[in-house]
Design a protein around this ligand. Sequence first.
Ligand SMILES: [Zn+2]
Length: 254
Amino acid sequence: MSEARVRFYAELNDHLPREERYETVTVPFCPPLSMADLIVLRGVPTDEVDLVLRNGDPVRFTAPVEDGDRIAVYPVFESFDISGAGPVAGMPLRNPRFVCDVHLGKLASFLRMVGFDTLYRGDYQDDELIRISLDQRRALLSRDRRLLAQPGLVRKHAVASETPLDQLREVIHRFDLVDAARPFSRCLRCNTVLASVPRAQVLARLPERVRDAYDEFFHCGGCDRVYWRGSHFTRMAAVVSDLLERSKSERGRG
Ligand SMILES: [Zn+2]
């Protein structure tokens, strides 16, 4: 009998028995067995799988599972950076992108705050949300199960939590994103990635109390706002780092 060590990521865990979720599980098998066979035997539909890594390298569904393999199975999503995958990094970084429905504006800015590309407008219509999700391969976040039941929507999540911070924690956990977070790298208002900017370049636009109090400034090329690490930043940085730490420790528990 051969053995492989298998780990399913993110929402694929929904298909597994509770005690196997978010865990690396040793699976005994009799060769020959393909990756697709292995995935289906664990109860996971292959059309929900986007990427299979064997010992850190991407493989096809038809590739054989061999004794001693470490296999990582990732869900359908928008993109992966597998350049860092391997024994050291252990897993590829997901490059998640979202679109939030009109009731989740606060969640949208929290997602931007931790660095995730998130579209939101207060006047999105349902058909626009669906089109954006399909065309741009963005996960649609909503509390409206009727909206999420639209045929063809693959990337989606029904948000269960009530408060924006709990919703953020839920999304990070659900999509297995704790390692992909890049806090304070993105404009909260318009979603553009921020660029570091020399003080001299923005000096004239800064309030007097800010000019000499801070060294680092960031500019949004989308809406032309300037950011600095003021008291609001410090408060939110504490909230975010606490949330990411808790998400890391919760990850192991499924
Ligand atoms: Zn902006």
